[in-house]
Design a protein around this ligand. Structure first.
Ligand code: ANZ
Length: 814
């Protein structure tokens, strides 16, 4: 009898897996391919915490499940290494991001291996490796040539602490996503990727992919498609007009004033001597507010320009105001205000005492709308748009909230943008044969005084193109650029001639299951965008890169709060392993703790429960080492009713074997468990699969079983507890091919009867449910039982009483 000792079993199997390259995926195979991947980690100094390990545990359970089903499985890993934390650490400590990153990767790698994650290590990638970012730069070139990468001057979000520009997606509630400081606006020349060119496809394709609705909704809202119309309003007295964007052209008869964003270019012209002072003052005030403040402030403010426009539907003169609730960066920066049907406009009209004209009644019927009165407003939209088009004063228009993706960062630790400037400041692509444009090793990482990256301080940050010396771009690319194509690179990670070989890329992609925690409107939108670009460049022939996305919930601290480094409540998975629980317990616990999408608090007591469960699995196999299954130890009492006492790692567990014969009941349990676990894994319901295994183990303790019952247990356990399961399978001399269930055994539910002879319990018998109500069959089964026969000692029973609805057989002999 051996104790369950994960610290012995786990290193043993990890070494075997490593030596045999057990998880290497084959490029091309007749077997069905399965590509699973967890969002690759940023290898921080703190190491992987249990929250991250949930991602890879889920991914690994799927990988092992598919592998056992004889699929050709790709489960790769890489490191998302560029970014601010490593650079800030370098500034603080003087240690190079290159060195620190290498150390962190080594630590992460150890963690992955010690958790038994079945990675194809031959495909490891690292975004700050020149062999990788060479191709990130090459992709930049392709985008540039297609007009999808461009430089423009614009007001940008600027983080004063991190000293860098932020993408819209990286500003949360007016604060920097990374350091939480209040962001500012700064006018700068920046690089953009034209994601807006694919706005429609990014929305329309969502219906075809198996992603959580919440993530799809987040993307839909982020892209923010609004269908409506642009309408030109003539300005009274001058040869000018302003164009508004509206989603409600049907309300045009109720437009009682216009509102322009304070930054609108027409404002100066509309202002006169009497209004200029107030208008200028208001404009200055609003420039200091963030868009979010401007939108959320219910206390409406504004200024009258002194000019009027003509409502083209009513012919009436309506005043033109400026107000900060109208944003310059959306639509045309100018609106027709319909206070009767728009809340913001109503707040504004009430504040400044402007007219309110209702044009639609409660039933959606038009009123006060000349000859449209009486019609249904829903039917009017098209009619109005057709009318403004005929008049030549407007057109149907769809706009989007999403802006182009801002990708330049004024920081050193990123992939250099492969652009150089000639002496006239004109842009040139760094030629392909100069790639990778290597990030030089430096010692002073601090950005320069004007907020440019440390590269700006290097006198030789230059190149020669066509014989001309040129200054290289000092901005580097957003880390999200590097992570927008890594899933493709895994298919062909060492290709030095191309970003990827098309056949390999198409063999593996799209990803069958992508597991992650976040980035719905950043990473996962960018990945989709780039895939469309690659498709249009002929580099691949599919559109959606991720077929199924598994969005995992957070693991919370035991008190239900978020784990965070600053609170010091982060749990290191290796600590749990080293406490003696082992990786298998940790993994099984993580998968058992709740549905994968739920946020669940860490519970140390529950880990103990999972450890005991694995211990019981171990014991079942260990005590049968000699090949006897369901073996009965003679008990001291020498009775027919026997028991065996098992000793397992300091705990006594009583195994009561009730019947010597192999019975149908356990076979039925086995097949049911196989079916349940298989189906649960297909729908990623890991916690219910573990629960089913726990029930099955309880059954195995109660009734005799054979080798096949234990083999099934070990095979089903392997996605969760791969080390222990491998050990069990080795002892049972079995392969690890996923077991199948047979429908015919599922229905044989059984009923257990107690057999008494002259009031004394002599045996228990199990009958299929459909026979349990057949008195003759129950009688016959009782009399055929070997223990009953021994007790009868050849005598014929006088009476057999089977009380209705009780699982009891009374045999009376004289
Ligand atoms: C008249 C109207 C009547 C409007 C009505 C709404 C309701 P979404 O759906 O978010 O696209 N709008 C247009 N441009 C704006 C800007 N730059 N800043 C602030 N508001 C702006 O919203 C479109 C509606 O928001 C547009 O339709 C416009 O007001 C306003 F009963 O026009 B509407």
């Amino acid at each position: 009898m051996k104790r369950y000792n994960p610290s012995e079993i786990e290193p043993k199997w990890q070494a075997i897996w490593e030596e045999t390259n057990a998880y290497q995926a084959e490029d091309f195979s007749d077997r069905p391919k399965k590509y699973v991947a967890g969002q690759f980690p940023y290898p921080s100094g703190a190491g992987l915490h249990v929250g991250h390990s949930r991602i890879y545990t889920i991914t690994d359970a799927l990988a092992r499940f598919y592998r056992a089903q004889q699929c050709n499985v790709l489960n790769p890993i890489g490191w998302d290494t560029f970014g601010l934390p490593a650079e800030n650490y370098a500034i603080k400590t003087g240690r190079s991001p290159q060195d620190v990153t290498a150390e962190n990767i080594a630590h992460f790698k150890t963690q992955f291996k010690r958790l038994g994650i079945s990675i194809d290590w031959s495909r490891e990638i690292n975004t700050s490796d020149p062999e990788y970012y060479k191709w990130t730069q090459w992709i930049f070139q392709q985008l540039y040539k297609k007009g999808l990468a461009y430089r423009a001057e614009n007001y940008q979000w600027w983080c004063p602490i991190d000293q860098t520009v932020l993408a819209n997606e990286q500003v949360e509630d007016g604060r920097c996503w990374r350091c939480n400081s209040q962001v500012e606006k700064k006018k700068m020349k920046q690089w953009f990727f034209k994601i807006t060119a694919y706005a429609d496809e990014l929305i329309d394709n969502l219906s075809a992919i198996d992603w959580p609705e919440s993530v799809k909704t987040a993307q839909r809202n982020w892209i923010g498609r609004s269908a409506g119309a642009e309408i030109d309003f003539k300005i009274d007295g001058i040869e000018e007009h302003t164009t508004v964007f509206t989603t409600r052209p049907d309300t045009i008869f109720g437009a009682t004033f216009l509102v322009l964003a304070p930054e609108h270019p027409l404002v100066n012209q509309l202002t006169n001597d009497g209004t200029r002072e107030k208008v200028d003052q208001y404009r200055e005030e609003s420039l200091r507010k963030s868009d979010l403040e401007r939108q959320e402030n219910r206390q409406k403010s504004g200024a009258f320009t002194g000019s009027f426009a003509i409502n083209p539907a009513t012919g009436e003169k309506i005043p033109i105001w400026i107000a900060d609730y109208v944003l310059m960066g959306y639509g045309t920066g100018s609106i027709m205000a319909v206070p009767a049907h728009d809340e913001r406009d109503l707040e504004f009209a009430e504040k400044f005492d402007l007219p309110v004209v209702k044009v639609i009644d409660e039933n959606g019927i038009m009123i006060n709308s000349v000859d449209l009165t009486g019609k249904n407003s829903n039917d009017i939209r098209e009619e109005i748009i057709a009318w403004i088009e005929r008049q030549g004063i407007g057109r149907a228009k769809t706009i989007y909230k999403m802006r182009d993706w801002l990708i330049s960062r004024q920081r050193y630790w990123g992939a250099p943008i492969p652009i150089a400037y000639d002496k006239d400041g004109r842009e040139h692509l760094v030629p392909e044969d100069q790639l990778p444009l290597l990030l030089p090793t430096i010692t002073d990482y601090q950005p320069d005084d004007s907020g440019r990256s440390a590269l700006a301080k290097l006198p030789d940050w230059k190149t020669t193109i066509n014989g001309e010396d040129m200054q290289l771009e000092t901005d580097t690319m957003d880390g999200f650029a590097c992570s927008s194509w890594y899933l493709l690179r895994y298919a062909d990670p060492h290709n030095s001639q191309k970003a990827w070989d098309k056949d390999k890329c198409e063999y593996w992609n799209p990803v069958d299951a992508y597991v992650g925690a976040d980035h719905a409107t950043t990473h996962q939108l960018y990945v989709r965008f780039w895939t469309y670009v690659f498709r249009d460049l002929g580099l691949l022939d599919f559109s959606e890169p991720i077929t199924k996305f598994i969005y995992q919930g957070y693991i919370l601290a035991p008190d239900g709060t978020k784990m965070s480094k600053s609170k010091g409540n982060v749990i290191d998975p290796l600590d749990v392993v080293d406490q003696g629980y082992g990786a298998d317990t940790l993994r099984t616990y993580i998968l058992f703790m709740g549905p994968y999408e739920a946020d669940v608090a860490w519970d140390t007591r529950a880990i103990g429960g999972v450890y005991r469960f694995l211990n019981r699995c171990w014991t079942l196999v260990d005590r049968n080492e000699d090949g006897h299954f369901g073996r009965i130890e003679p008990s001291a009492a020498g009775e027919n009713h026997r028991s065996a006492i098992l000793r397992t790692s300091g705990q006594d567990e009583i195994f009561a074997a009730r019947n010597v014969s192999k019975n149908d009941h356990i076979r039925s349990s086995r097949h049911k468990t196989i079916k349940k676990v298989t189906e649960d894994l297909h729908r990623s319901s890991f916690n219910t699969a573990v629960a089913a295994l726990m029930e099955y183990v309880n059954e195995l303790y109660k009734v005799p079983h054979d080798r096949d019952d234990l083999i099934a247990l070990a095979k089903l356990l392997k996605p969760f507890a791969p080390h222990l399961a491998s050990e069990m399978l080795q002892q049972l001399k079995a392969d690890d091919i996923w077991p199948e269930w047979d429908e015919k055994y599922l229905t044989t539910d059984t009923v257990e009867f107690v057999v008494q002879i002259n009031g004394k319990l002599r045996a228990r018998i199990t009958l299929p449910t459909d026979q349990a109500t057949d008195e003759k069959a129950v009688e016959a089964a009782a009399l055929a039982d070997p223990k009953v026969q021994v007790a009868l000692a050849g005598k014929t029973p006088d009476k057999i009483i089977i009380p209705p609805r009780r699982k009891l057989i009374n045999i009376v002999i004289k």
